[in-house]
Design a protein around this ligand. Structure first.
Ligand code: 13P
Ligand code: SF4
Length: 371
C-alpha cells in the first residue's frame, strides 16, 4: 500500500468513515506495526472483521495461539472471556486488546464467582465434598471462575476437548461440578453413559441449587444452570422440518445446543469440528448447521458445490461477538500506532496465577491425549 492515512484516535470519528476507508486504515496500521501485533479472530466474527485476522480458530485453538505468539500486542476479535484467557496465557510483556469492551458472553455472565463459591460451600456443608469433586469450567466463564477451578484441582475445557477431559476427570474423581453451560455438560456426560437422573441441575438462585441433599450425593455430574441463548434457538422441530424439506440432509450442531437437538443430530462438535466436517464432505452433500450464522454463511460461500444451510430459519447471531466491528478495530490499531493501548484486558495477578494453572492443565492434558 502506498498512501499513509493521517491517524485519528477518537472513536466517534471512525463511526462516520466508509467501510472502504476503515479497511484501508486497518491494513495500513497492521503493515506499520508489523510483527508487533497479531490479530486473532474467533470463527463467529463477522466477515468484515475476520478478513483482517492473522489467525482464526475456535476458543481452544485461540488460547493456544495466544500462549505461543511473540507479538507485543494481541488484538482479540472475540469476546471478553477469550481475551482474558489470552492475557492469562500470554507473556507478562504482552498486552491484550478487546476492540469493544461490550463484547461479552451472556452464558459466561450466568455464573458469578460469588455464586460458585457459595454453591461449593453448600456442597461442603452437606458433606458432598467428602467425596472427590472436580470443578470444571467451560472456557466461557470469567477468569475468577477459572481461578477457582485452578485452586481446587479442576480444569477448564472447551467444546473441542470436553470429551477427553471428561474422560480423565471421570476416572480420577467421584463427581464433577460443571459451570456454566448445562448443555455442553449434559451432552458430554451423556457420551460417557451418565444417565440423566445422575445429573443434577444447579440453580444458583435456590437453596442447594434446587436439589435435595440426596440428589446431590447421588449425582455423578452437577450442572450449572447456564445456557447460550444463540444455540438455544435451535429446536427439535427445526431438525424434523429440515429433514422433511431436504431429503438426505445431515444435521451438524454445536454441543451448546440442547440435549434433544444434539440427540436428533447426525454429528456435533466445536466450531472447528463443524468447519472441518464440511470441508471434508463430498461435493453435493447437504448440511443443516446449528451454530452461529456468520460461520454458516462463510461455509456457504466457501463451498458452493455443497448445500449448506442454517438449521433454523431465523437469525442465530451472537450479538456480542458482532460488537467487534471494523470501526473499533481501526480505532484500537491506530491508537497503537501512536503508542496508546485502548481497551486493554488485564486480569488481576492472583486470579491470573490460579486461572493460568487451570488453563495450562487444560492445554497439557489435551495435547497429551492427542499424542
Ligand atoms: P468454540 O469452543 O467451538 O469456539 O465455541 C465457543 C463459543 O462461544 C460457542 O458459542
Ligand atoms: Fe457466548 Fe453463545 Fe456468543 Fe458463544 S455464541 S460467545 S456462548 S453468547
Amino acid at each position: 500500500m502506498s498512501k499513509v492515512l493521517e491517524t485519528t484516535q477518537i472513536l466517534e470519528d471512525y463511526l462516520v468513515m466508509s467501510y472502504e476507508e476503515l479497511h484501508e486504515r486497518i491494513e495500513l496500521a497492521r503493515e506499520e506495526l508489523g510483527k508487533r501485533i497479531v490479530i486473532l479472530g474467533h470463527h463467529y466474527q463477522r466477515d468484515d472483521v475476520i478478513r483482517h485476522a492473522d489467525l482464526t480458530g475456535d476458543s481452544y485453538q485461540l488460547s493456544v495461539m495466544a500462549s505461543q505468539t511473540e507479538a507485543e500486542y494481541i488484538v482479540f476479535c472475540g469476546v471478553h472471556f477469550m481475551a482474558e484467557s489470552a492475557d492469562i496465557l500470554g507473556k507478562d510483556s504482552q498486552r491484550v486488546i478487546l476492540p469493544d469492551l461490550g463484547a461479552g458472553c451472556s452464558m459466561a455472565d450466568m455464573a458469578t464467582i460469588d455464586q460458585v463459591e457459595d454453591a461449593w460451600e453448600q456442597l461442603r456443608e452437606i458433606g458432598v465434598l467428602k467425596s472427590k469433586v472436580a470443578p470444571i469450567t467451560y472456557m466461557n466463564s470469567s477468569a475468577a471462575i477459572k481461578a477457582f477451578c485452578g485452586r481446587n484441582e479442576g480444569v477448564v475445557c472447551t467444546s473441542s476437548n470436553a470429551v477427553p477431559l471428561f474422560d480423565i476427570y471421570l476416572k480420577e474423581f467421584d463427581k464433577m461440578f460443571f459451570f456454566p453451560d448445562q448443555h455442553l455438560g449434559r451432552n458430554t456426560g451423556a457420551k460417557f453413559g451418565i444417565p440423566l437422573d445422575k445429573m443434577a441441575l444447579w440453580n444458583p438462585h435456590e437453596e442447594l441449587g434446587g436439589n435435595t441433599e440426596e440428589e446431590l450425593h447421588e449425582a455423578k455430574l452437577i450442572l450449572w444452570r447456564g445456557h447460550c441463548s444463540v444455540h438455544g434457538r435451535f429446536k427439535p422441530w427445526h431438525v424434523d422440518k429440515i429433514r422433511a424439506d431436504i431429503p438426505g440432509v445431515q444435521v451438524l450442531v454445536h454441543p451448546e445446543c440442547t440435549r434433544e437437538v444434539v440427540e436428533m443430530s447426525d454429528l456435533n462438535g466445536s466450531t472447528s469440528f463443524i468447519i472441518k466436517t464440511v470441508e471434508n464432505a463430498p461435493s453435493g452433500s447437504k448440511w443443516a448447521i446449528g451454530t452461529e450464522v456468520n460461520l454458516v454463511n462463510r461455509l456457504q460461500q466457501r463451498f458452493p458445490d455443497k448445500e449448506v444451510l442454517l438449521l433454523a430459519p431465523d437469525l442465530c447471531m451472537c450479538a456480542t461477538m458482532y460488537r467487534i466491528a471494523p470501526q473499533n478495530l481501526a480505532w484500537a490499531m491506530e491508537n497503537l500506532l501512536d503508542g496508546t493501548v485502548v481497551n486493554e484486558i488485564v486480569v488481576e495477578a492472583e486470579t491470573k496465577h490460579f486461572a493460568g494453572i487451570a488453563l495450562e492443565r487444560m492445554i497439557n492434558l489435551t495435547e497429551a491425549k492427542k499424542n
